[in-house]
Design a binder for this molecule. Structure first.
Ligand SMILES: C[S@@+](CC[C@H](N)C(=O)[O-])C[C@H]1O[C@@H](n2cnc3c(N)ncnc32)[C@H](O)[C@@H]1O
Length: 265
């Protein structure tokens, strides 16, 4: 019989999730947490959520698996296409020195590879460019690093880009496609929790994608994350957020230039 997550157990996991990721799990997420964590209970052959909670207190590796299990990583190639239009038409044509872009909650990398396709098409080898990809979830970073995707993503990519940057999988890779190495070479990956102070060694960026991540947080955490990320944005650089997100009443560290597009003054 399926194990039920009690209200008290949900509260314990909710505060643990907040402590380790900053994410606020709303009450209606209880069933989702129950079904996601049930997989971990089955994995360990344990029959109640409290035992799993206790286990997380002194098992750093399982704590990372827990984070990988509870984060929502929905994404797609060329999601919110106006951002890629903006990059292609407004930003890249004006670039005359090396361009650095950060996909700050990159999930499986669809956002970063979409960006890379546009950069390669416009900049090619004329100007150096690189894309730094980070996420708190190590599972998705692994997939992003592999550049291997199921064919269900193909309709999101134009024919032109498919021909140029994607290789059809054969044999064991039937049903998947692989991003071309020459594009992948421009990307680097790191596990980063945006609720923790950022190391200056990641450098500074001309553009930061922080899209469809802030929705999972409350305003004080949103403010911390945006200001944290913007500390690594160059003056005159752009910050992009998701269409259902806003920085209104959250921070003034960037100025809006278009809906969901901000500049660091
Ligand atoms: C819905 S995905 C967004 C993916 C992509 N940016 C897009 O718009 O398609 C949100 C991502 O935020 C990541 N995330 C959640 N909390 C985080 C944190 N504290 N630090 C870094 N990444 C986090 C999740 O692991 C997830 O991959």
């Amino acid at each position: 019989m399926a194990v039920k997550l009690s209200k008290g157990e949900f509260e314990k996991f909710r505060s643990l999730i907040h402590k380790v990721t900053g994410i606020h799990m709303r009450d209606e997420k209880s069933t989702l947490i129950e079904s996601r964590l049930a997989k971990r209970l089955r994995h360990f052959g344990i029959d109640n959520f409290n035992k799993y909670y206790d286990m997380l207190q002194n098992d750093a590796m399982e704590l990372q698996v827990f984070i990988d299990t509870i984060t929502t990583n929905e994404t797609s190639f060329f999601r919110e296409p106006h951002h890629f239009e903006f990059l292609k038409s407004d930003v890249l044509p004006k670039i005359d020195s090396p361009m650095r872009i950060w996909s700050a909650a990159c999930s499986i990398g669809a956002e970063a590879y979409s960006t890379a396709m546009v950069c390669d098409e416009v900049l090619g080898t004329k100007i150096k460019w690189d894309i730094f990809c980070s996420d708190i979830n190590v599972d998705v970073i692994r997939q992003a690093q592999s550049g291997l995707y199921p064919n269900k993503f193909i309709p999101q990519i134009s024919e032109r880009y498919l021909k140029r940057y994607c290789l059809k999988g054969f044999g064991r890779q039937d049903g998947n496609f692989l991003i071309d190495d020459h594009l992948k070479d421009h990307l680097s990956f790191k596990r980063l929790n945006l609720m923790e102070a950022l190391d200056k060694s990641i450098g500074e960026f001309d553009m930061i994608f922080l899209r469809n991540m802030l929705i999972y947080f409350n305003n004080p955490e949103r403010k911390y994350i945006v200001e944290n990320v913007v500390s690594r944005l160059k003056r005159g650089g752009y910050l992009l957020i998701g269409h259902s997100e806003t920085l209104f009443n959250i921070t003034n560290c960037v100025k809006q230039v278009k809906p969901t597009i901000y500049i660091k003054p």
